[in-house]
Design a binder for this molecule. Structure first.
Ligand SMILES: [Mn+2]
Length: 352
């Protein structure tokens, strides 16, 4: 039995993705689901698990129709979905009465339920959020009966979002536990329990790779692995600036690094290192590919203490440096020297 486990599709979300991509991003979330469906067909997947937060908000009826249409392209794959905290089954939720195609199974129940898929001899256990939060651990931790493959589908696992005892969970005799809610993909128990992570990163904090979990249960043994699949990633990029760099040089260095990392990705840039004390960067101009969502300048002005001391023999700056210049680089005294000179030089620059 081959399965693909995805989670946190957040359809309907509008992730910030830089000037270049923000507009297309909502549609890309849908395209990714479409690509997963093609993948299911190519790899002859038996079961597609969707571990909650299918939609970013209460789904509209037309959105459910769109999704059901995409699922109609599946050739042999069953789909099992649950609602998470974002798309919980509100009183008037369209989820309640929606008629999915026969191979699409939405577990609407707020209590743990069992869905039997006879033709692939697999049971999927799960529940859907009926409210924005689930404060209590709702799991009974009873072992499923061994009448086929048993899979547990859950959304949450942290305070206010279905807190569960993960160790206890992993010790139960499920063949696989498919988790959603945490956007970072994480295998919590080898070949047993995993967060698929958001299929596509949804905001700038969803850094790193995103995709799905592929799994296979064969002779009562489960094997899983994470597969990278997202169209774009949020990439943290630390750029070391050299004291001899001009602003244009820094800009070129940054462009090079972004091209290496792929211009399709979205960047969170931090400039570090030392710059000339009177160097000025027009940070906005550094966003050449319009794919930077954050740029932080943590560079520090460089001071040649000896030179400054000699030029300031007769004033407080010179005297201050003289006091501390023999200290070891990296020591507390050195830090005091740097901070002191920086404060004095900044004051002087501002007065000039
Ligand atoms: Mn969630």
């Amino acid at each position: 039995m081959k399965f693909i486990h995805i989670a946190d599709l957040h359809l309907g979300a509008r992730p910030e993705a830089g000037e270049a991509y923000t507009q297309k991003r909502p549609e890309e979330l849908w395209e990714s689901v479409h690509r997963i469906i093609q993948k299911c067909n190519e790899d002859e997947i038996d079961l597609l698990l969707v571990a909650g937060d299918v939609f970013h908000h209460q789904p509209m009826l037309r959105e459910l129709k769109e999704l059901d249409y995409l699922f109609s392209k599946l050739v042999k794959t069953h789909v099992v979905l649950i609602a998470g905290n974002h798309d919980y089954i509100k009183g008037d939720s369209f989820y309640k009465k929606f008629q999915w195609q026969s191979h699409v199974h939405f577990i609407l129940n707020g209590e743990m339920s069992k869905l039997k898929l006879k033709d692939i001899s697999t049971n999927v256990f799960g529940l859907s959020y009926q409210t924005r939060n689930i404060e209590k651990d709702m799991l009974a931790y009873h072992e499923p009966k061994k009448d086929g493959n048993n899979i547990l589908l859950l959304h949450g696992g942290e305070e206010k979002y279905l807190p569960v005892n993960k160790q206890k969970l992993a010790s139960l005799n499920y063949d696989y536990i498919a988790l959603g809610h945490i956007h970072k993909p994480m295998i919590l128990a080898e070949n047993k329990m995993a967060y698929a992570g958001a299929l596509e990163p949804i905001d700038r904090n969803d850094i790193g790779e995103h995709g799905y979990i592929f799994g296979e249960i064969k002779n009562q043994k489960t094997k899983i692995r994470f597969c990278s699949f997202a169209k774009r990633s949020y990439v943290p990029l630390k750029l070391e600036v050299d004291v001899s760099d001009t602003a244009a040089q820094v800009k070129d260095k940054l462009s090079e690094r972004i091209q290496e990392g792929g211009i399709d990705n979205i960047y969170k840039v931090t400039l570090v290192g030392f710059r000339e004390a009177d160097m000025y960067y027009d940070i906005a101009a550094f966003d050449q590919f319009k794919n930077i969502v954050q740029i932080t300048d943590e560079t520090k002005p460089y001071y040649d203490f000896k030179k400054i001391m000699e030029k300031n023999k007769d004033n407080i700056i010179g005297l201050f440096i003289k006091e501390l210049i023999d200290c070891e680089e990296g020591s507390m005294e050195y830090e005091a020297l740097y901070q002191g000179v920086d404060a004095l030089m900044t004051t002087r620059r501002n007065e000039a």
